[in-house]
Write a protein that binds this ligand. Structure first.
Ligand SMILES: Nc1ncnc2c1ncn2[C@@H]1O[C@H](COP(=O)(O)OP(=O)(O)OP(=O)(O)O)[C@@H](O)[C@H]1O
Ligand SMILES: [Mg+2]
Length: 450
């Protein structure tokens, strides 16, 4: 026999499991199988209820954790809703089943390959005559692990919960009414009537909207407000974040698409800063998703809401290719004094005074994020100087210091300034008024890399 040092990981697990089987079941015949890691996942064990019926006349009864000197049971946690839950786990388990011909067990053990390898190896010892029931059980485990539970708010892939909270009210987003209404009615029309139309045409009901705009105009806020509306209508919201150690990998999109396809409910899928995925080596795969080759097929409908602030990336890869995005909506900076006043009033809150309106002309063409900062800054300055009210001078001082900070930033980052600093006609954003579907320009298209 091989010495323990030279055995593969699965061989060590199998050896342990075979010994355990002999101890518990003597000479009963078994089949040694590769198994799905999902069976060890605590979400599966939590979501699959005892008495669950399986193919082959079996019922799942429950699970017992077994001590095993080859693996120390360890779990990841997930925060799918408000409370933390255990998720992916490795360890040794006995799954118990009832059957009219006699109850039986399946021994299951899983482990990570190595410290630095997050892949899981899992094996199962299954009574030879119960293969069919086990296969069914395993597929149920896979399904419930991927499916978000309807009670949770937003199913977040990557990042931490802190990055996305659907607590924004629709009315808090200050933008031209036609932009907001366009977006909202697009979502409603899709979920109520669009899905069946796509199906009549034999297309996967997957609609794709893109929000484009400079930093700080409220795209993330708008996504959060859309998420809140969607949750109210009992849709599932899936949010992909690039903000974690993994960064923006296609792996996350892939995971998200699995969740979308298996959700069993209509889904709003939010992918922020989609340009990042389009710059990487695996961009061809995300383009395939947009082109429909790898689109999720969720019969209840899936709406992708993506954001970006890089029109040049979008121009090349998306806007010039009809069909990749169904609609592109520009989220512009503040366009007129009326919106600027509304924004300033909103962020000055109870400190608002009529004479503050004097700075309104300076706020046109600025972003919501800018107005929020000057208002906060002015309110803090006033508090610091022990003023009970924010006077106009303090507000002006705040505008001045924030503007000069931004101008310094432009010098530090000339490239980024080029994209948004110089204004074009139209929406002031370097791209013609959207949304549009431009025909493919001659000389591009078929032949190039994507
Ligand atoms: N249209 C708006 N209405 C109200 N508040 C806004 C608006 N735009 C921006 N803000 C304020 O600025 C903050 C930043 O905006 P947000 O994160 O939504 O910008 P963004 O467009 O997503 O920027 P980025 O492209 O850098 O991600 C918001 O949390 C909000 O406080
Ligand atoms: Mg954002």
């Amino acid at each position: 026999m091989k010495s323990a040092d030279w055995m593969m990981r699965y061989e060590r697990l199998a050896l342990w499991a075979e010994g355990m089987w002999k101890e518990r079941h003597g000479e009963q015949a078994y089949q040694l199988l590769w198994a799905s890691e999902s069976c060890g996942n605590q979400l599966a064990q939590h979501r699959l209820k005892p008495r669950r019926r399986l193919r082959g006349k079996s019922h799942f009864v429950g699970v017992e954790r077994l001590p095993c000197d080859e693996v120390i049971t360890i779990s990841e946690y997930v925060v799918p809703g408000r409370t933390a839950m255990l998720g992916e786990s490795v360890g040794a388990f006995a799954f118990k089943f009832e059957h009219p011909d006699g109850d039986y067990e399946v021994l299951f053990v899983s482990s990570y390959f190595r410290d630095d390898d997050p892949n899981i190896v899992a094996i199962a010892l299954v009574p030879s005559d119960q293969l069919d029931s086990w296969v069914h059980f395993e597929s149920l485990c896979n399904e419930v692990v991927r499916r978000p539970s309807r009670r949770q708010d937003v199913y977040i892939i990557g990042g931490t919960n802190a990055y996305f909270k659907p607590t924004v009210e629709w009315d808090e987003v200050i933008l031209p009414t036609h932009i907001k209404e366009d977006l909202r009615s697009d979502m409603e029309a899709f979920f109520t009537d669009g899905v069946s139309i796509y199906q009549e045409l034999n297309l996967a009901p997957f609609r794709k909207l893109l929000l484009v705009g400079p930093p700080g105009t409220g795209k993330t806020m708008l996504c959060a407000a859309m998420a809140k509306l969607a949750l109210k209508k009992k849709r599932v919201v899936v949010y992909v974040s690039g903000a974690d150690d993994d960064g923006a990998s296609f792996h996350k999109i892939h995971h998200a698409l699995n969740v979308v396809a298996n959700a069993g409910y209509p889904v709003l899928l939010i992918v922020e800063e989609i340009d990042v995925y389009l710059r990487k080596d695996d961009k061809a795969r995300i383009l395939n998703v947009l082109d429909g080759l790898e689109s999720p097929n969720n019969a209840r409908g899936a709406l992708l809401l993506a954001t970006t602030n890089y029109p040049e990336v979008i121009d090349e890869r998306i806007a010039k290719r009809p069909g990749r995005m169904d609609r592109i909506l520009v989220i512009p900076p503040i366009q007129d004094e009326e919106l600027a006043t509304q924004m300033l009033k909103h962020y000055m809150g109870p400190q608002w005074q009529e004479n503050h309106a004097e700075i309104v002309p300076y706020l046109v063409d600025q972003t919501g994020a800018f107005v929020r900062e000057i208002a906060l800054h002015a309110r803090m300055l006033a508090a610091h100087n022990q003023q009970r009210e924010v006077d106009l001078a303090t507000l002006k001082q705040s505008v001045g210091s924030l503007s000069s900070q931004i101008n310094t930033g432009d010098d530090l980052m000339p490239r980024r300034a080029m994209g948004f600093g110089k204004k074009a006609k139209g929406n002031g954003f370097g791209i013609p008024d959207m949304e549009r579907t431009r025909p493919v320009v001659e000389g591009e298209g078929e032949g190039d890399e994507d």
